[in-house]
Design a protein around this ligand. Structure first.
Ligand code: GKR
Ligand code: MG
Length: 424
C-alpha cells in the first residue's frame, strides 16, 4: 500500500441551509435541511472533500469511521471499504424517513463508504492532476443533464423563520406550470419531474396534463413516493400512459410495483424498492421497476454506482439518478459519476434549484441548457468557502433540527395530518 502521503486529519462539519416549504407524501420540508461536509487532509496538507447526510445517526457513524481512514493513503479505497464494512453498523433506534433511503441506518456502511470514497477520489485527482471522472474511466459526455424538479409548495413556512422564497405558492396546476416555466427559464432544463403523493391523484394527473400542454416536447415524470394504493396506481396508469417518460414509485413494495408493471405501458422507476443489491436481485426476479434511480450517497460511492450501472446493463434495466436536498459538493460528485456512466440515459434529479446557499468557493454552480459541465480541474474541481462553511455550521447549531421529520413539520400546519401511507 502507498503510505507516502497518508490521511492525517478527518473533519466533519454539520451544516444547515434554508429549504423551502416543499410538500411530499410524508408531509412538508422543514425550514432547514441538514448536510455534513467531510474533509480528509493528507500529510502534505491537501484536502479532499465530500458532502453527505447530516442527521444525528449519520454524524455518529462518521465519527466512528474517523480512525478507520487515518493513516490510509488516498489510494487505499479497498482497504477503507473493508474496514468500514467490518465496523460500521446500523444504528439502533435511529429515526428513519421512508421517502429518503439516505436516512435508513441499515445503509450506514454504504453511506460512510461513499462519504470517504468521494473525498479520497478528490485527493487522488489532486495528487494525479486528473479530474475524478478520469479516475472512473473517463467522460462519456462533457456535461450532465438534470431535470426540473417541481414540488407542490406553500408560499411560506408555518413559523416564518426567514423571508419567503422567490417561488411563491405552488398548489394548483396553473401555479405548478408557472413554477416549471420559471425553473426552465432559469436553468434551461429539458425534462420535468413533479413530486406527487400530496393531493388526490385526479389533481396530480390534472397537473401533469397542464404541464404537457405547456411543455409539449419535454419528457415528464411523476413521483408519488408510494402514496397511491395498487388499485389507484393501476387506474392512474391508464391516464398517465400517454403523458409520462417514466412512472416513479407510485405504489409501495416490490410486489406492488411488480403487479402494477403488468398494467402500465410506461416503465416504472424506483428509488424506494431498489436501494441495495439484494433488492436489485428481488426486483429482477419479480419484474417490477425497469429503471433504477441510483444515488452514490447511499449506494456506496461513485465506483459502486458504476457497478450498479453495469448490473442494470446486464439485466436490461434503465438507469437514472435520485436526489435529496444538497449543495455543490454533492452536485459535483453526481456530475463526475454520471459523466462516466454510459447508460444513464435520463436527465438526473437534483434538488439544487431549491437551495440558495452554498459552501463551495465561487458560489452556486451554473447550469447551461439544464446541464452541468464536467469540470476539467483536478479532483472534484471545487474548494470550500470557509466563511460560508462557518456560517452554515452556525445555522446548524442554532436551528434545532437534528433529524429530518417532514411528518412532525406537517402537523404544525395540520395537527390532524395522518401521514398514513398509502393515503390515496
Ligand atoms: O425531498 O421531499 C423530498 C423527496 O420526496 C425526497 O425525500 C425523495 O427521497 O426526492 C426523493 C425521491 O425521488 O423519492
Ligand atoms: Mg423518487
Amino acid at each position: 500500500m502507498n503510505r507516502s502521503n497518508p490521511i492525517k486529519h478527518v473533519r466533519v462539519t454539520p451544516i444547515a441551509f434554508r429549504d423551502g416549504p416543499l410538500l411530499n407524501a410524508s408531509g412538508i420540508h422543514e425550514p432547514w435541511a441538514l448536510r455534513a461536509i467531510v474533509e480528509l487532509e493528507t500529510a502534505d496538507g491537501r484536502v479532499g472533500l465530500s458532502e453527505t447526510y447530516g442527521d444525528e445517526p449519520m454524524l455518529r457513524a462518521l465519527d466512528a469511521a474517523r480512525p478507520l481512514v487515518l493513516g490510509l493513503s488516498p489510494f487505499d479505497l479497498n482497504a477503507m471499504e473493508e474496514r468500514v464494512r467490518a465496523s460500521i453498523r446500523p444504528a439502533s433506534g435511529a429515526v428513519e424517513f421512508t421517502l429518503a433511503p439516505g436516512s435508513h441506518s441499515a445503509k450506514n456502511a454504504a453511506k460512510v463508504t461513499s462519504a470517504l470514497e468521494v473525498a479520497m477520489l478528490d485527493l487522488q485527482g489532486q495528487l494525479l492532476g486528473a479530474p475524478v471522472v478520469d479516475l472512473l474511466g473517463g467522460a462519456v459526455r462533457s456535461s450532465v443533464a438534470y431535470s426540473a424538479y417541481l414540488f407542490y409548495k406553500y408560499a411560506e413556512h408555518v413559523d416564518k423563520p426567514y423571508a419567503p422564497d422567490a417561488w411563491g405558492e405552488g398548489l394548483s396546476p396553473e401555479q405548478i406550470v408557472a413554477q416549471a416555466r420559471r425553473m426552465v427559464d432559469l436553468y434551461g432544463f429539458q425534462s420535468i419531474k413533479l413530486k406527487g403523493g400530496v393531493f388526490e391523484p385526479a389533481h396530480e394527473i390534472a397537473t401533469m396534463r397542464a404541464l404537457r400542454a405547456a411543455f409539449p416536447t419535454l419528457p415528464l415524470r411523476l413521483d408519488p413516493n408510494a402514496n397511491w394504493s395498487l388499485a389507484t396506481s393501476i387506474a392512474a396508469a391508464e391516464e398517465l400512459d400517454e403523458l409520462l417518460e417514466y412512472y416513479e414509485d407510485p405504489t409501495p413494495t416490490l410486489e406492488g410495483m411488480a403487479a402494477l408493471s403488468r398494467h402500465s405501458k410506461v416503465p416504472l422507476a424506483t428509488n424506494m424498492v431498489v436501494t441495495t443489491m439484494e433488492e436489485f436481485r428481488a426486483n429482477v426476479h419479480a419484474g417490477g421497476a425497469r429503471i433504477v434511480l441510483s444515488d452514490h450517497h447511499y449506494w456506496g460511492g461513485l465506483r459502486a454506482t458504476q457497478a450498479l450501472a453495469r448490473m442494470c446493463e446486464v439485466f436490461g434495466l434503465g438507469m437514472s439518478m435520485h436526489s435529496n436536498s444538497h449543495l455543490g459538493i454533492s452536485l459535483m460528485a453526481m456530475t463526475h459519476v454520471a459523466a462516466a456512466v454510459p447508460n444513464i440515459a435520463y436527465a438526473c434529479d437534483t434538488h439544487y434549484p431549491w437551495q440558495e446557499e452554498e459552501v463551495v468557493a465561487g458560489g452556486r454552480i451554473a447550469f447551461d441548457n439544464g446541464a452541468v459541465a464536467v469540470p476539467g480541474r483536478p479532483g472534484l474541481g471545487v474548494e470550500l468557502d470557509r466563511e460560508q462553511l462557518a456560517r452554515l455550521h452556525e445555522q446548524y447549531l442554532a436551528c434545532g433540527v437534528r433529524n429530518r421529520n417532514d411528518l412532525a413539520q406537517m402537523r404544525k400546519y395540520d395537527p390532524a395530518f395522518s401521514g398514513a401511507n398509502p393515503r390515496f
